[in-house]
Design a protein around this ligand. Sequence first.
Ligand code: SF4
Length: 279
Amino acid sequence: MRNIQTDQVVQVVRDLAMLAATDLGSDVLDALEQAKAAETSVTGIDILGRLIDNARIAYREKIPMCQDTGMAVVFIEMGQEVHIEGGSLKEAINEGVRRGYTDGYLRKSICDPITRENTGDNTPAVIHVEVVEGERFKITLVMKGFGSENMSRVTMLPPSAGIQGVRDFIVQLVSEAGPNPCPPTIVGVGVGGTMEMAALMAKKALLRPLGTTHPDPKIGLLEDEWLERINRLGIGPQGLGGRVTSLAVHINTMPTHIASIPVAVNIQCHASRHKSAEL
Ligand code: SF4
């Protein structure tokens, strides 16, 4: 049995929040550079250059790369041999978010859904805990902006829709989203399971590093084909026209019921901010 103190969790979550806001991953920066090289629209090339400059300035000056510092979504992979000491894990995560958003001068965007009153400290976080084997304890913090979250959807397609129906739903959704999710985007897709599992798979798909290929070649082919279709829409960087509307389509799947095809699309803007640490 391995003991982990809640104080450690608080500190790590705080640091991850501050890092995520200012340090765009190298995979995203590389993808933006490649997009700039592939873009044909003069305006699109200019915008992509500015996004890259913005990310570099944010890293250098330690200031958030976007004013919307999002809702904190925290994924925990917790070994079944791990014991949390010193209080509630949930409270420790929320305290880490509270400190990270305060110490990092990050915008507090979370409010009561009915009264719209701001909670004042960007809590609560959305927390997902997955129990795994062994003594592992991994924390991933996603800083999810809502320009792109608002453009996300879940649907339950009939089996007769087939994989073409799934593709059409996704491409249509990206088309209707237009400039709203601050393209170029990353399109996370979950297919299968139940309604809520499809949504969770779509969000987790956004964590896969850009530039990696899906381990299942037939899913990898779908990712390439659907990205190609999306990039034929002409929405372009920031919706001002061009070739690059999305940087990648990432798909997660799991078996589902014979009566349905649950499909979820979670759209992520170019400010794809997530950081992980292992304790
Ligand atoms: S969608 Fe992304 S880039 Fe656009 S405002 Fe929101 S967090 Fe910022």
